[in-house]
Design a protein around this ligand. Structure first.
Ligand SMILES: Nc1nc2c(ncn2[C@@H]2O[C@H](COP(=O)(O)OP(=O)(O)OP(=O)(O)O)[C@@H](O)[C@H]2O)c(=O)[nH]1
Ligand SMILES: [Mg+2]
Length: 331
């Protein structure tokens, strides 16, 4: 499945739409005056379809996969407002079209000398109806600009999600094990979007780079963190949780362990790995090892240490969920 918003394009604002249609009128002729004025209104009616088609092409909010539904909620701030605006656009576009049809009938019935003024009255009334939806048109166009650019994530593919606090080396790891090439930099929140790449383990595996998350309640999380939490909550798969155990780690063991607990509470399979083992802070390493309880890999995403073991764990997980384990080859 592709990003369901991928094909949507922002709408023209009503003002620019009306203005460009007004300019077109002069180029529309007809054999008689009546025919010309009717053709002008018909042209306008047909072009209003751009708004009707937009609403038709917009995925049904309640039928979206939870991951994409939440992406829309994060981008828009309110799914109710999305629904309200879609219905307002559809309603006003339809009303404007009906109004134009009414005037077309009137032009047909009335004497020819009234045709031009009726055309202008119809054009004006339909345009006023459209203007009432302009706030929604501009707002939803902004939302569409954001969501249409979202990476195409397939909720049905086997998925490995790399998660953890900011700056722990998630993007570095994703770029080592998959085709994704996310930006890597030595500051928190370098990754602001969900990125996706693939790895070939005989079967195609989707690898997701998530933004960092901080140790704080959901309600206090910023938009970037919410994108990560959305992927972790709403996509099914294996989570690779990274700790930064280097001497330059920004976060202490407590914060990192709290975030790990939150991620584990999602109830998905989790592989734990201490990253940056090449620049290890021994105290941090020992503290995390002793407090985690579970198996923890020791890796250096940058230098490749421990990556074969990590891939082996991914391979084992993949085999365990596969309907045809013999199709799973080394990752
Ligand atoms: N020494 C060492 N540095 C690493 C390792 N992995 C990543 N780094 C460095 O850590 C910094 C952060 O790396 P990123 O991969 O951008 O970290 P991230 O977790 O994706 O960061 P955000 O997207 O900001 O959350 C960069 O300067 C990397 O070069 C490692 O294994 N060892
Ligand atoms: Mg990153």
């Amino acid at each position: 499945m592709l990003n369901p918003f991928e094909r949507l394009r922002p709408l023209p604002s009503v003002d620019s739409f009306v203005e460009s249609e007004a300019k077109r009128l002069g180029s529309i002729g007809g054999k008689t005056v009546k025919e010309r004025e009717i053709r002008r209104l018909k042209d306008y009616r047909d072009r209003i379809e751009v708004y009707v088609n937009f609403v038709r092409a917009f995925p049904r909010v309640d039928e979206l996969h939870p991951f994409y539904k939440t992406s829309l909620e994060i981008a828009s701030g309110s799914l109710d407002r999305v629904k309200m605006c879609l219905s307002a656009i559809s309603r006003h576009a339809n009303m404007a079209q009906r109004m134009l049809e009414k005037y077309m009938v009137m032009i047909k019935r009335e004497p020819e000398e009234k045709a031009n003024s009726l055309m202008r009255a119809g054009f004006g009334r339909a345009s006023s109806i459209l203007r009432r939806m302009n706030e929604c048109v501009e707002w939803i166009s902004g939302v569409v600009t954001v969501v249409s650019k979202g990476k195409a994530i397939d909720p049905e593919l086997p998925t490995v999600m790399v998660a953890g606090p900011p700056n722990v080396g998630k993007s570095t790891l994703v770029s080592k094990i998959s085709s994704a090439r996310p930006e890597i930099a030595n500051y928190p929140f370098t990754t602001k979007e969900i990125h996706v790449g693939h790895m070939d383990c005989g079967v195609k595996v989707q690898v997701i780079d998530t933004p960092g998350i901080l140790d704080r309640p959901d309600a206090e999380r910023n938009v970037i963190e919410r994108k990560a939490v959305n992927a972790l909550r709403n996509l099914n798969g294996l989570i690779v949780f990274l700790f930064d155990v280097s001497t330059s780690s920004i976060y202490g063991a407590d914060e990192q362990l709290n975030i790990m607990r939150e991620v584990k509470s999602l109830g998905k399979p989790v592989i734990l790995a201490m990253n940056k083992i090449d620049a290890v802070d021994e105290n941090m390493r020992r503290e995390i090892l002793s407090r985690v309880g579970d198996k923890v890999l020791e890796i250096s995403s940058e230098q490749g240490t421990g990556i074969p073991e990590l891939k082996r764990e991914i391979f084992n997980w993949l085999k365990s969920i596969s309907q045809d384990p013999s199709a799973v080859l080394d990752c």
